[in-house]
Write a protein that binds this ligand. Sequence first.
Ligand code: SAM
Length: 284
Amino acid sequence: MLSYQHGYHAGNPADIHKHLTLIAVSQYLLRKEAAIHFFDTHAGKGLYSLHDDQAQKRQEYVTGVSETITHRKVLTAAAWQHYFAELDRLHKGCVSSASLAQYPGSPHWMSSLRRHHDRHTVFELHPGEHKALASLNKDHTGFVVHGDGLSGVVRMLPPKTPRLLILIDPAYELPQEYTDVATTVQDILKKSRHAVILVWYPLLPADKHLALCERLTKNIAAPVLQSEWVHKERISDWGMYGSGVLIVNPPWQLEQQLADIFQPFAKALGKPTEHRLKQFNSAN
Ligand code: SAM
């Protein structure tokens, strides 16, 4: 039974971390003309109202996208420029914290980057979320599949395009999902050794991500870059205090690019906000 709905969390600090990382990796891959197949295994509903009951219940976007807008002047890296240009386009003018009304999900961010000769496939399992996603214009979603994204992406590999970028962004509602994600990454690499894979995970006091990170940094031969964004103090026994993204086969110089994106934001927000990076299996 699926109960998670991303509308309660859209535009929160973890979304900012994930979407800026996705934009930075995509921008690097797009420097070359060769086509890319973009995959999004857990798409969500694609576009979120920040005025509806779900977003208003927890108002997580206030410490996320609203903060980015407040600090826009110091967020000047190319990924931020794309990010704000898209938010402006969506809001039909220069967006402010007061005019902010919608937040785009990962299918939209991928759509905003891909070119006409790239491919884009997204998976969503929740019937309601799938229906909402499928009702959007295909230009904002890519090709939408109603089904399990983990087995779905492996089935579609290797792609017909020379390159591929895969975002794996589960809700981790079930403990089993951590294991399933690690197994899926290993299966993807068996079929497409050069796949660039982004795996998002939450930072929780229970440290549930550690076994996943251990498996993906020690049990695979590919280089992995780990990016973690801590947005609040780890004080309680419950609740997410940050997020992580493991980038398998990271583009060259991504480490510096991510530092240029997130360090100015962390500095603007002040403590306890922190961005940390770590490389695994790197030849350097
Ligand atoms: N990637 C989205 C974004 O950044 O805007 C957010 C995705 S949200 C964290 C996770 C989504 O995965 C939910 O909409 C949930 O319904 C969906 N989901 C859960 N299990 C799934 C599965 N096995 N395959 C595909 N989608 C799944």
